[in-house]
Ligand binder design. Structure first.
Ligand SMILES: [Fe+2]
Length: 642
């Protein structure tokens, strides 16, 4: 059985799931070269099918998700469209359709959206405007409202604070209606074919991605993302759930607005481009959490339904006496005390909210007579490495799983896995090391490499080497900067060494050197990769191995200053021998330097997605100050300009 997963929201993506295995995955930003891009065109589905020698008729059914309030844009309804009718081949039980008898006309009425109004308003600046394809007639396209109106229960209408959620018994919600209540049947039209398709709940899909990859039989499930500050299903911050025996039960909306607070705070600091949250996380280490106040720790109802600006106002009011408020948010004075202490206070607040959320979930499961030591986290908020480590170090959960690509790009995977489980198929156990490398399998073919090399013939020199890993390690040991490209690209926003820029971690000045190469702010830190099994010689207080750069560790060794942040922490990635290319480089580098660690950052230019194709790799290499580039076994250097 082949399931086509379609995520239309920001960070749009396509997934092909065959017999429970992810056959292919495409983050559309990588081929459109628009970071966090929105929407799917038929040609992008076709590209993924062709790369895997599949035909349209091979697809059995499909899932559809979007980002809250982001409409599905139908670019060409002759090729790709969503029809509001149940497909004759559809046999899946849907609580909404079969039990609650919600007709398609009524389901359509529940749709919401705002993307089109943002695009139509010329005077309104909004990051989403930069994310849509640059089609001149975009406003003439069909904008289908997005649907997040799934099953609800009386218990969820009570709009509970954390203290109330933690003493509620949710046992009655472990039932078939809840399990089958977060999808709705429609029909997907792909050219002349129609197939059964299902709108899937945003947060159900977030939870499914983490649970079905975790290899846990039972687990507490927690999601949160940039939405929040509301109880409405289309804008709720996330869910508490429970997974057991391949089934997922949504226990309650959690109304956590941690992700929303973080996004607002990063914008208030003047980080208006798409990497704002990551910058705030890096800046926080420079300051002290002076403005932190425990009274903000809770969900939206604990905070009297106040919007997130209340937190910012609180910090600025506290800062009135002893800080230079005029410097707040000024990019050229970003290390001024007001900015770093605001960042640090926001970081601490988010850590405490998320830790408390994990504890509330633990408590409600105990009240519901459910025992588990496992926790699955998902949604973009959990890109926050220090918060994840705090949950690991300071809660009762023994095992924590967070998948890569845990923000919205993972929804096409999560919804596909959820559909497979609802159809009664057992999810296969997966090898954790390999789920990060699901990028387009055709993008680094020998044919494309040769074509790209030849097209830059006059500007580069290159040769093929069987000892490429030794060569790279030797260059790095001599403090050259080397970009590498190998195999299928990593999924999600973190650099995981298939499209990476590497540097020697032992030289402090490499922070400045690599930040300049990447056009990043000079104060931003870099992360290390470390050989699996060697983590404890350099780091502590982090789950090992840590494959996806999603946890923070304390650095306990002073030999790697270029990957040690100002607060002596680092976001590590463990490298196992299954990740052969970088594993061999690290092993050789250790032989030369006795250090099994390298500096690793994503292979992309400022505000650009990670590079996908060889031609783009060489193009960027030539305009940057990267010393050498390797693509698979090809070693590439720049010709001197005469
Ligand atoms: Fe999300």
């Amino acid at each position: 059985m082949i399931i086509l997963g379609l995520h239309f929201g920001h960070d749009s993506s396509i997934c092909l799931l065959k017999d429970g295995k992810i056959l292919a995955f495409l983050e559309i930003e990588r081929i459109r070269k628009i970071k966090h891009t929105i929407g799917i065109k038929y040609e992008e589905i076709e590209l993924l099918l062709n790369a895997n020698n599949l035909l349209l008729k091979d697809i059995d059914c499909a899932t559809i998700t979007s980002t809250q309030l982001v409409e599905e844009i139908i670019f060409d309804s002759d090729k790709l469209d969503i029809l509001f009718s149940k497909h004759p081949r559809d046999k899946l039980f849907s609580y909404l359709y079969d039990e609650a008898k919600v007709a398609h006309e009524d389901f359509i009425k529940s749709g919401k959206g705002w993307l089109k109004s943002i695009l139509a308003n010329d005077s309104l600046p909004h990051p989403y405007k930069l994310m849509v394809p640059k089609d001149n007639d975009i406003l003439d396209k069909k904008f289908l409202l997005n649907f997040e109106n799934f099953i609800s229960t009386n218990i969820w209408q009570e709009q509970k604070k954390f203290s109330e959620i933690s003493i509620t018994k949710y046992t009655s919600l472990i039932n078939k209606n809840i399990q089958y209540g977060f999808h709705y049947p429609v029909t997907l039209k792909l050219k002349d074919l129609t197939i059964p398709a299902y709108f899937f709940s945003h947060h159900y899909s977030h939870l499914a991605f983490s649970y079905y990859f975790s290899n846990f039989n039972n687990a507490a499930l927690l999601s949160n993302d940039g939405a929040g500050g509301s109880y409405e299903p289309w804008n709720g911050g996330g869910y508490f759930g429970y997974g057991i025996d391949n089934k997922i039960y949504m226990l309650t909306p959690n109304s956590i607005n941690a992700g929303e607070i973080y996004d607002y705070a990063s914008m208030a600091l003047g980080f208006k481009d798409s990497g704002g949250a990551g910058k705030l996380m890096g800046l926080a280490a420079y300051g002290k959490p002076i403005f932190y106040d425990e009274k903000f720790v809770g969900n939206w109802f604990d905070n009297e339904k106040k919007n997130t600006n209340v937190w910012i106002d609180h910090c600025l009011k506290m800062a009135e006496k002893n800080y230079n408020i005029k410097n707040f948010g000024k990019q050229d004075l970003i290390l001024d005390k007001i900015n770093v202490d605001f960042a640090s206070s926001t970081q601490k607040l988010i850590e405490e909210i998320l830790k408390k959320s994990a504890n509330v979930l633990d408590q409600l499961l105990i009240n519901s007579e459910i025992k588990t030591e496992n926790l699955c986290l998902s949604g973009g908020t959990f890109l926050n490495c220090p918060a994840n480590s705090k949950i690991y170090n300071e809660t009762k959960y023994k095992n924590i799983f967070i998948p890569p690509a845990l923000a919205d790009m993972g929804l096409s995977i999560g919804s596909s896995m959820a559909l497979l489980a609802l159809l009664g198929h057992k999810q296969p156990l997966v090898s954790h090391e390999n789920i990060a490398y699901l990028g387009l399998n055709s993008s680094c073919s020998e044919e494309l490499i040769i074509e790209a090399l030849n097209s830059f013939n006059s500007k580069i020199s290159f040769f093929k080497s069987e000892n490429i890993h030794n060569l790279i390690a030797e260059k790095l040991s001599k403090n050259s900067i080397v970009a590498i490209m190998n195999g299928q690209s990593e999924i999600g926003p973190r650099a995981l060494c298939h499209r990476s820029i590497l540097a020697n971690p032992c030289f402090y000045q490499n922070i400045e050197t690599v930040n300049k190469i990447k056009n990043r702010e000079y104060w931003r830190p870099f992360a290390p990769v470390v050989l699996e099994g060697k983590e404890k010689e350099y780091f502590k207080n982090c789950p090992f191995p840590s494959y996806y750069m999603l946890f923070n560790a304390e650095v306990i060794n002073d030999k790697i200053p270029a990957v040690t942040h100002i607060d002596k922490t680092a976001r590590i990635q463990s490298i196992s021998n299954k990740n052969e290319y970088i594993y061999k480089i690290l092993t050789e580098f250790e032989k030369i330097t006795q250090i099994p660690v390298l500096l690793n950052t994503s292979f992309n230019d400022k505000n650009q997605p990670i590079i996908e194709y060889p031609v783009d790799a060489i193009n960027y290499f030539l305009k940057s100050k990267i010393d050498f580039l390797t693509i698979e076994n090809y070693f590439i250097s720049k010709n001197e300009i005469k």
